[in-house]
Design a protein around this ligand. Sequence first.
Ligand code: PEP
Ligand code: MN
Length: 338
Amino acid sequence: MIVVIKKDQDRKQVDNLINWIKGLGLGVHLSEGENSTIIGLIGDTSKVDIGLIRTLDIVESVTRVQEPYKNANRKFHPQDTIIDVGGHKFGGNHFQIIAGPCSVESERQIIEVAQAVKKAGATLLRGGAFKPRTSPYSFQGLGVDGLALLKKAKNETGMPIVTEIMSEEHIDDFDDVDVIQVGARNMQNFDLLNRLGKLKTPILLKRGLAATIEEWLMSAEYIMSEGNPNVILCERGIRTYETYTRNTLDLSAIPVLKERTHLPVIVDPSHATGISRLVKPLSLASVGAGSDGLIIEVHNDPIHALCDGAQSLRPEQFEDVVKSIDLMLPAVGKERDS
Ligand code: PEP
Ligand code: MN
């Protein structure tokens, strides 16, 4: 429920209303703009008497919000949220490219790829240390050693690092990680989301394989309602009946999210398609649909990659994708920082 307060009201009366709402056991999100003050009621508002609030002199309007997400809702927060990661901004007219291998394999590999993607225009480095693999017999990642190698690559290149957390148990190992990724398989790991909500580190929240947009936003809500407002959403394809591609990239999710939420939205065309030659067209389509950035898998030796070689671009292919993105960005009013 959203309560809009009339312009220039007595602060004391606004506080009285806020205290009354809190007395009902509800949380309050206060947004004070130049022209209006908005109170968002957080919690189960089904028992709140909407008519009673409407009759108050200070109240302009009261709207029941259909959507169960409040913190992520654009209705409460009309302006785009901008998330700063080491000076690189996500959201608004900014466009960021995150690139790197699916998984960290060795010091040489991660540093070589980091240098190559930086040179081509990526601003953040990705690389999995803890890997959620479908088979327990596949390479599971280097774990904490992988995190240490990512840190080395960060020191070498100055690029902030993005890497996936699989379990709350590892949260202390992620102290130096700049963006913590929650993978598709953990999008509804609510205990993990609650723990990440207690941090201030930006969270890259990937869409679950079979999650609706609303379920995805509710997962963002878990993080935000615990106090961490820094959530970046990542569309990475959903499972459909189509088997030609690894997943089906839901491009329409981008403009839909832009309507529903103020959070930045980026796209992962690598996991969406599973096929390296499809990464470029879908990157460009994502730019056209209004994405705030991309996360792309790049490997210096895809044939020998320990994970996801088929969808990984070689550095020169990645460079070509960035060049094409640069041609498109002015058309959508966005700027890539370098
Ligand atoms: C990844 O980014 O390495 C990954 C496993 O992605 P997803 O969770 O989208 O499958
Ligand atoms: Mn991968």
